[in-house]
Design a protein around this ligand. Structure first.
Ligand code: SF4
Ligand code: SF4
Ligand code: ZN
Length: 273
């Protein structure tokens, strides 16, 4: 099995997974979305709220703000020695106090850990008119997307099979498939069609090219065939800013390895009786 990174920056990465079963590709996708822990606001104590939003809506919006999470800095609150009380090993506290007129932004949340700031400072929370006020304390804790979507570190996390296009000798270069392709994957070369250089991975496997070829009256089967490489996948991952995209991938692989080791040990124990 091999992972080949094609693009990466702070917020996104694109990579090829080769030599893997579809079930394993799906396991990586699920682990990235649901098993990588991050901080999110879970408890809110509202001292004053004269804005146009109910307390519950305000708390809901706060919960969805991505919080920067350094790997290994915090432990899940239910595994902490404080037994759920909340301490600096398992939670981050924030204060927010804003008076109108003006917009309350995510940057108005002041954390007691300067690293655990909102990933973006300009996320609007609520607009205040003159004389309106919001004063609150919030507590962020570590958990995973399996518990709630607000702990999901990815905004995009998907894959597709690696495309495989074949064109047989019956192709007469009519160009119907080139015109219909929505991704500009194909081009005419003389009296034949070919995949444009570097564009194969853009193919969405929509098969419109096959249909258009059939509609030219070529026969029972099209001259162009769309297939997949069954053990090769193109992944696209985008982070919400809480954790860098490549760190999400690394942590998801570590999660899968740990779970596989646990399963292997359990099977050994069963085999030993
Ligand atoms: S399957 Fe769709 S995207 Fe791919 S080459 Fe054919 S028409 Fe283009
Ligand atoms: S539609 Fe068929 S015959 Fe026409 S260029 Fe495409 S593959 Fe060739
Ligand atoms: Zn604790």
């Amino acid at each position: 099995m091999q992972i080949e990174c094609q693009h990466r920056d702070e917020h996104s990465c694109r990579f090829l997974l080769s030599g893997a079963l579809p079930s394993f590709a799906n396991s990586i996708r699920r682990a990235m979305a649901s098993e990588v822990p991050k901080l999110a606001i879970e408890n809110v104590r509202i001292y004053d709220n004269t804005s146009g939003l109910f307390d519950e809506m305000l708390a809901h919006r706060l919960g969805l703000i991505p919080i920067r999470t350094e790997e290994g800095t915090y432990v899940p609150i239910d595994e902490c020695t404080c037994e759920g009380a909340g301490c600096n090993r398992c939670s981050v506290s924030y204060t927010l106090s804003v008076e109108g007129p003006g917009m309350v932004y995510s940057r108005d949340l002041i954390p007691d850990d300067p690293v655990a700031v909102p990933a973006l400072g300009d996320i609007p929370i609520v607009k205040l008119e003159k004389g309106q006020k919001v004063v609150l304390e919030a507590q962020a804790v570590l958990s995973t997307g399996r518990t709630h979507a607000k702990w999901q570190p990815t905004t995009v996390c998907g894959y597709k099979n690696y495309p495989c296009l074949t064109i047989d000798a019956r192709c007469d270069g009519c160009g119907a498939c080139v015109d219909v392709c929505p991704r500009n994957v194909l081009r005419l070369t003389g009296r034949c069609v070919a995949v444009d250089e570097g564009r194969l991975e853009d193919c969405s496997l929509c098969r419109l090219c096959e249909k258009s070829c059939l509609s030219t009256g070529i026969g029972e089967t099209p001259a162009i065939r769309v297939g997949i490489e069954p053990d090769r996948f193109i992944f696209n991952v985008e982070s919400d800013g809480a954790i860098p995209a490549t760190a999400i991938l690394r942590q998801s692989i570590r999660f899968l390895r740990t779970r596989a080791d646990e399963l292997s040990r359990a099977l050994e124990e069963i085999a030993e009786g």
